[in-house]
Write a protein that binds this ligand. Structure first.
Ligand code: KIV
Length: 278
């Protein structure tokens, strides 16, 4: 088995200029595929709410939802660094609650790190969690848990004030001890600047090629999620179309009695049925 990816590997890869690969997963089977493909890190994102649980946003996702799925993903993960996403309000109420909730991801879920959204306003929570020995990935730019405050799923950091704030927030989460920073829907020039300025690796999603790594929602890049994916996603497969075709094939074959065929059927020794039925 290849060696487990660690936080130290993230640091080393940034130093070497080796791009870090990260994808989301929500169950054991997909996690196994992602892990075996040699992806460096698996994120159990709270995008779980949208792409698996059928919510319109990530806001209804609970700690128990997340732990349930992190446990499943950890059963399918051998090599990748497993990161659990802290859901809405699980790290805002107090430093103690933030540490306790982060701890559940490692103790119950089997993750090696947690991710949380926000900048200077969550720096205290990051510091507390890191001091408890739990590695933290920060997340800036489009932070979906704040969609109601941001006014939609929009590119962030475009004007002078917003760009200054993003830089200040990035420095704050780095200083608080985050070991990596997800930058979502940030102009490429700003993400590239931050990737040069920060000592910790940036993992971009809709933030251009200048980041130290990339992350995508697996269901988006696999074409598994029925909705139109965001513009920054490349669909590396169209599984939705393949699944639809397979389902229609099953329906037709059952109706035509061509499935099940002989090879899907079990026989019993001759004479038994006659004995049983008289
Ligand atoms: O929840 C999630 O999947 C995420 C990624 C988009 C980074 O936060």
């Amino acid at each position: 088995m290849a060696e487990k990816v660690t936080v130290a590997d993230f640091r080393r890869m940034k130093g070497e200029g080796t791009p870090i690969t990260m994808l989301t997963a929500y169950d054991c089977n997909l996690a196994r595929l992602v892990d075996e493909a040699g992806i460096d890190s698996i994120l159990v994102g709270d995008s779980l709410g949208n792409v698996v649980l059928g919510y319109q946003s990530t806001i209804p996702v609970t700690m128990d939802d997340m732990i349930h799925h992190v446990k499943a993903v950890s059963r399918g993960t051998r090599r990748a660094l497993l990161v659990g996403d802290m859901p809405f309000l699980s790290y805002h109420l107090s430093r103690e609650r933030a540490i306790a909730n982060a701890g559940r991801f490692l103790q119950e879920g089997g993750a090696q790190a947690v991710k949380l959204e926000g900048g200077r306003e969550v720096a205290e929570a990051i510091r507390g969690i890191v001091e408890a020995g739990i590695p933290v990935v920060a997340h800036l730019g489009l932070t979906p848990q704040s969609v109601n405050q941001l006014g939609g799923y929009l590119v962030q950091g475009r004007d002078e004030k917003a760009a200054r704030k993003l830089i200040d927030d990035a420095l704050a989460v780095e200083e608080a001890g985050a070991f990596a920073l997800v930058l979502e829907c940030v102009p490429e020039a700003l993400a590239t600047y931050l990737s040069r300025e920060l000592s910790i690796p940036t993992i971009g999603i809709g933030a251009g090629a200048g980041c130290d790594g990339q992350v995508l929602v697996s269901t988006d890049m696999l074409g598994l999620y029925g909705n139109q994916p965001p513009r920054f996603v490349r669909q590396f497969a169209n599984l939705n179309a393949q699944i639809r075709e397979a389902l229609a094939g099953y329906r037709e074959e059952v109706r035509a009695r061509t499935f099940p065929a002989a090879e899907h059927t079990f026989a019993m020794p001759e004479g038994i049925l006659e004995k049983v039925t008289g």
